[in-house]
Design a protein around this ligand. Structure first.
Ligand SMILES: [Zn+2]
Length: 124
């Protein structure tokens, strides 16, 4: 898995907010392009309504065959160039590849066993 440094959107209120919450993102981001919209995977290019920062929003579901309690994860990866957009757009989601988890900083929303974890990863 390659570690890839992406944009650091220091002007964005989502970056400045130490305790960013899911509702902050839902209100702040506007989908401008849909690349994938399937039952276990969606991928969009979004723009912050406040500052114009572009984020790639990736949602995927990991199917847990043992007990049927599926785990879903959403990533919001800030991007600043066509090249960065293309990298994230082409990266396959887990379990096919761990490439997406090499992009940082990013916001990660993880649902597992009914509990939600939501945080910036690799911000500092
Ligand atoms: Zn912003």
């Amino acid at each position: 898995m390659a570690e890839l440094s992406m944009a650091r959107p220091t002007q964005c209120h989502l970056w400045q907010n130490e305790n960013v919450r899911p509702e902050d993102l839902r209100d702040a981001l506007q989908v401008i392009e849909t690349w994938t919209d399937e039952s276990h995977l969606s991928k969009h290019l979004c723009r912050c309504k406040g500052c114009g920062q572009l984020y790639v929003d990736v949602w995927y579901e990991l199917i847990d065959w043992d007990d049927g309690d599926d785990q879903t994860q959403t990533l919001y990866i800030p991007v600043a160039s066509e090249a960065q957009i293309a990298l994230v757009k082409d990266a396959l989601p887990p379990p096919l590849s761990l490439d997406l988890l090499g992009f940082h900083p990013r916001i990660t929303e993880l649902w597992r066993d009914g509990a939600r974890k939501f945080a910036w990863i690799g911000k500092t």
